[in-house]
Design a protein. Sequence first.
Length: 372
Amino acid sequence: MKLTIERTALLKSLGHVQSVVERRNTIPILSNVLVEAKGERVALTATDMDLAIVDHAPAEIAAPGAATVPAHMLYDIVRKLPEGSQVSLELAGDGGQVAIKAGRSRFTLQTLPKEDFPSTAAGDLPHRFPLAAVDLRSLIDHTRFAISTEETRYYLNGIYVHAHNGGKQSTLRAVATDGHRLARVEMPLPEGAEKIPGVIIPRKMVGEVRKLIEEVDGAVEVSLSDTRVRFAFNDIVLTSKLIDGSFPDYQRVIPTGNDKTLEVDRREFRDAIDRVSTISSEKSRAVKLSLKSGSVVISATSPENGTAVEELEVKYEGAPLEIGFNSRYLLDVADEIDGDGLQMVLADAVAPTLVRDMADAMALYVLMPMRV
């Protein structure tokens, strides 16, 4: 293997793939990136056995071939090379080392046998459909804050994506919950997604995809089977195992009988919650909402810090009600609402509360109250 590649192109590809590589690995080969040179491109592959990424970059290939080199070490070397330099990678005679040259810099890195690198083939993924990158960003951004981090409830450690057939229009739904709050977002069902299975996409995959589609304008090709998912866009292909578990029946959590409606300016409400919660204790982060006709009083009390109170004008005509929430959860939801108006539909101090973006009927959030 012998190739020459521009530093910027190599650094960009390495930046994409090295974030999949765990810093600590019990299996040495998983610390390496597989470099494959053929045709007019070099392919860089990294995996943690659950998630695999392949990124392609243009290169001058003098001799095709493949080698595995330490991912983070190679990334650090290329990052420190002068901008605009041409980087040469060449497999040394016995195949045990890769020589890296750029200008007057020379490095040699130990390799591991490429045959030991795990196969990242995903097998047959029968369901395929295109999804606009802007829609995928929206689905992820409006749900991932509610993904559970509790490893014991592993089936909540991702976003549940499925086709929903109800009413006039079929939709693609994304749902996440950690038991304290739930986020559900939907969009018109893309062509080709009619028969997809309900799948739980793991948190790490969600994070990597979101990072990589930040500046993508076109469509992302999504491919699915019962056990794997693949996202392909530009020169990047990400493949991941799905979470093997049953997502709970989230529809049962979404209240339908709530009869008290509060409408408030999202930014004013968010900022008031943020200010008042400064007082709340680190452990509970509790704030109390005291609702009466035309106003809400937001308050927090903590034995060690003191008290905080702020009153807002709101649209509310229901019976007076006092209800407590974790301020962090309220802020998370308020941050995901794009419109100016936030609507809360409440029942009482212990029942789940519905939160909506008044400008977007496709997004819905549920918050469990807490005792204050």
